[in-house]
Design a protein around this ligand. Sequence first.
Ligand SMILES: *[C@@H]1O[C@H](CO)[C@@H](O)[C@H](O)[C@H]1NC(C)=O
Length: 290
Amino acid sequence: MATTLALTALGLSVVLGSLFQPLQSNAVFATQRPAEWPVISQNLLLVTAHPDDESLFFAPTILALQNTPAVNLFHVCLSNGNAEGLGATRKIELERSLDVLGIARTKRWLVEHADLQDNQTAFWDADVIATVLKPYILNLKIDTILTFDGKGVSSHPNHMSLPAGAKALIKSLDTPVRLFSLVSSSLLVKYVSILTVPFHKLQIYSYRALQLYESKILDIIGIWFPDLLNPAIPRQPDANAMPMFISGYQQYQQALASMQAHESQLVWFRYLNVAFSTYLWVNSYLEVIV
Ligand SMILES: *[C@@H]1O[C@H](CO)[C@@H](O)[C@H](O)[C@H]1NC(C)=O
């Protein structure tokens, strides 16, 4: 009994302690590139589908990248979210939300396109997405795109269409552009909110330790388990650098404030979503090889 209590108290204090730590991120992906690539810029484009995606799903990313030196973050939202006829209202709400999240008005756009309409059952055509995004990539000299993955976090087909659109776009370009997709968690992980924070922080710390001591660790492993390290597989400099952004309590409050800008969306189940969603705290990405 006493042991259980002590362990529970310890667990709680680890979770709560990690929440009040400042924002942690692993943004090396934004500044590291394969050696053969020219360093053109460090301009990132976040692509979302509807007003409120930026706040419900991508707030840790936006807040962390605003604090990352030498990185420019731009944002394009591909519809006004008119599924229930609220497009005009939601457009204004998006402006207010992005003001809270701190993306400058000169760095954000809302696209309204006949073939990219908010629709719970419609997939968006990859070539239309590519055509619409292309001018932004070229004019802003974007070299990294961030968007949903094929599961779209909430399985909304509009979200799910975005990585395919980004892939089609990248294939049509002459200069290399990298694509990272926000990892959709399993249902369980998605709604354990704050419990995920210490685990992700541990991942970031162990990555950093590995960066510091990697060569020594590999030497030791190599001595004891020579077969484990296959020199035929070239090591990418950033092979372990999973992009990850973990908000502190202050950023979490900022994400909540941006969500409150989306008044028309604040029905009761959204409150539940906001209260338990891990995406208000943590964003992790995988690179999509195009
Ligand atoms: C949504 O998309 C479906 C096809 O996926 C279509 O039948 C329906 O008319 C669309 N709804 C609206 C409001 O455009």
